[in-house]
Design a protein around this ligand. Structure first.
Ligand code: G2I
Length: 594
């Protein structure tokens, strides 16, 4: 067991320096929200969305500002035990790995909840629910034993009027006792984790808070291993600030419990305006102050930190802007309000620009598009995106280090540069220039482009289902009888004979022919392609064939692994697809072959 990290904490009062051991994990960077909270003996956390973990701009801020992370969905029952006894921990493991890599603690969320609960639980005979619940807790808390700082053991047990949620399958099977059983099972599975009850609309005084208080008192009196109570604190500017929050938190602390703000956010009816923003800032500040006013309030966690992944717009249509950062990862005034409440100053203005991107390459992808790639730039606060310039004019932007430039003319030389941006809007110098010349348009029909989307539910099942569209961006009609398309894939073992199908085509499946062709020698990401051709017809300038829904299976119906296929893209809506190729009279006019 490594020694706890030591960290310097500046005491505002005496300006003295203390060496404070922090157990078990270190905090985020100096000057961060978590560092400010740590100076007051608390932690500052955030919910983390699965999708965010794949977004470098997101992970930069998540790692820098927060000392504790809560998976927004990855440890919920439907994620870890979708079928009885079939556990899958990969999503939660990814979050735990991220936290470990950045010295963060993990708030486990949540073991027993009526929501995001797979249907099989409610379908069990009542006599089997307790066993299923205790097994779930043993497996899940056992899997992450020693890695979870706090578990939300039971989430949202109450209705808004303070009565128990009797429709919860757990309550329905066991009555109130399910709560004590759950806490005992969690303690047995991970004795070092702090065990919490967690609910919303319990932060201010009222019937629901009173019900939670009575429950916590009963559990303590019964010797149930309850360590703390979490208050979600999902606020809205139009509903007022909860009445008596600090006093309410204090009475739970006085029971000998820790308390925490676990899911803080402040939504507002859109559009954003100055008055609503002022209310939002005030609510964030007061919520943090309420926690700091209670010695046993050990952490504040926001749900999520950026509007980009906030749960609010889908749950409350017409409302939003609830998080501390906007969708471009720019800190909002609420962020400064929280900093001030934590005793920090406002954010020093960021004036340093990112480094210029290096290693830019441009590759023509047929007659009308080119693909660009470069190496990531660096920045003191993190790069949030890149702007792409073609012949000196900005043509688009990218969140990661590649870009497909479309709508180009055949047989034309272009020059590109890329600049990096940070959250404050500082822009780097331009990268070195890269050039490429587009291919000639074939057969008198320049400007043919293939678009693609995935129509498949699964990339590992026994069918490949590309949706394709042929678009004519050229100035002249294209003779479809001379056009072929190729979707490149690997057969992945099993039978080497295939069936190809047209399930739907806007031009009618009768006008479309499809077949699978084997390559004489394998290429990267392909040993076959699905070839699509047209019986007849003409595609006018500016026109599209509309959707063609295709399907391929092996005659033995064995499974494919599509993710490594040359033409595969993760995309549920249509976009130009340079790796699905098009030909006129057999001459490549669009895309890149493997
Ligand atoms: O609803 C806000 C929070 C209230 N307290 C308990 C928390 O667990 C809850 O979190 C939210 C997540 O942030 C959302 O991301 O819980 C929601 C569902 O109860 C989550 O939304 C769900 C969507 O409803 C699904 O459609 C979606 O598939 O997220 C799922 C995964 O992205």
């Amino acid at each position: 067991m490594p020694l706890p990290r030591l960290r310097l904490v500046a005491l505002a009062a005496g300006a003295a320096l203390l060496l404070t051991p922090l157990a078990p994990a270190g905090a985020a960077e100096p000057g961060s929200l978590d560092a400010l909270a740590a100076a007051q003996g608390r932690r500052f956390g955030t919910a983390v969305d699965d999708a965010g973990l794949a977004d470098p701009a997101y992970t930069t801020v998540a790692a820098r500002e927060f000392g504790r992370v809560t998976p927004a969905n990855a440890m919920k029952w439907d994620a870890v035990e979708p079928r009885q006894g079939a556990f899958s921990f990969a999503r939660g493991d990814a979050l735990v790995d991220f936290a470990r890599a950045h010295g963060q603690q993990v708030r486990g969320h949540t073991l027993v909840w009526h929501s995001q609960l797979p249907g099989w639980v409610a379908a069990l005979p009542a006599a089997q629910v307790r066993g299923a619940m205790e097994n779930h807790i043993a497996q899940v808390a056992g899997h992450w034993k020693g890695k979870i700082h706090t578990w939300d053991v039971v989430n949202e047990p109450f209705n808004d009027d303070g009565t128990f949620r009797t429709t919860s399958p757990f309550y329905a099977a066991m009555g109130e006792d399910y709560i004590a059983y759950a806490f005992r099972a969690a303690r047995a599975a991970d004795p070092d984790a702090k065990l919490y009850l967690n609910d919303y609309n319990t932060e201010g005084s009222g019937a629901k808070a009173d019900a939670m208080y009575r429950l916590a008192s009963r559990l303590k009196a019964q010797g149930v291993p309850l360590d703390g109570v979490g208050f979600q604190v999902h606020l809205a500017t139009q509903y007022g600030f909860p009445y008596g929050m600090q006093a309410n938190l204090q009475r739970f602390a006085d029971l000998g419990l820790d308390v925490a703000i676990t899911e803080l956010d402040v939504r507002m009816p859109l559009p954003v305006d100055a008055a609503k923003t002022a209310v939002q800032n005030d609510y964030y500040r007061r919520a943090v102050e309420a926690c700091l006013g209670v010695t046993r309030c050990e952490s504040v966690t926001v749900w999520d930190f950026t509007d980009k992944y906030s749960w609010v717009p889908s749950a409350f249509p017409g409302q939003g802007s609830a998080a501390l950062y906007d969708e471009q990862y720019r800190p909002k005034a609420a962020y400064d309000a929280v900093r001030q409440a934590l005793g920090g100053g406002t954010t020093p203005p960021d004036t340093r620009a990112p480094s210029a991107p290096v290693g830019l390459t441009a590759t023509a992808a047929g007659a009308t598009s080119a693909t660009l790639a470069w190496q990531a730039a660096t920045d003191d606060t993190g790069v949030t995106g890149y702007d792409v310039y073609r012949d000196g004019a900005r043509v688009g932007s990218a969140a990661a280090t590649s870009y497909t430039d479309t709508g180009l003319s055949p047989s034309t030389a272009y020059r590109w540069t890329v600049r990096a941006r940070d959250a404050a809007g500082n822009v780097s110098a331009a990268s070195a220039e890269a050039t490429a010349t587009t291919a000639p348009g074939g057969g008198g029909a320049p400007g043919l482009v293939v678009q693609h989307r995935v129509n498949d539910q699964s990339a590992t099942d026994n069918q490949i289902k590309p949706g394709l569209r042929l678009v004519n961006r050229g100035g002249a009609a294209a003779d479809l009888s001379r056009v072929t398309l190729r979707y490149w894939f690997t057969g992945d073992g099993g039978s080497s004979s295939f069936s190809a199908w047209c399930d739907y085509a806007a031009v009618g499946c009768g006008a479309v022919r499809e077949k699978v062709v084997a390559l004489p020698a394998g290429r990267p990401g392909a040993d076959h392609y699905l070839e699509v051709s047209f019986a007849s017809g003409s595609l006018a300038a500016g026109a599209s064939t509309g959707e063609i829904q295709l399907r391929v299976n092996k005659t033995d119906w064995s499974a494919f692994t599509e993710a490594d296929d040359h033409s595969y893209r993760v995309a549920s809506s249509y976009a130009d697809a340079p790796k699905v190729t098009a030909y006129v009279d057999g001459v490549l006019v669009h895309g890149i072959e493997p």
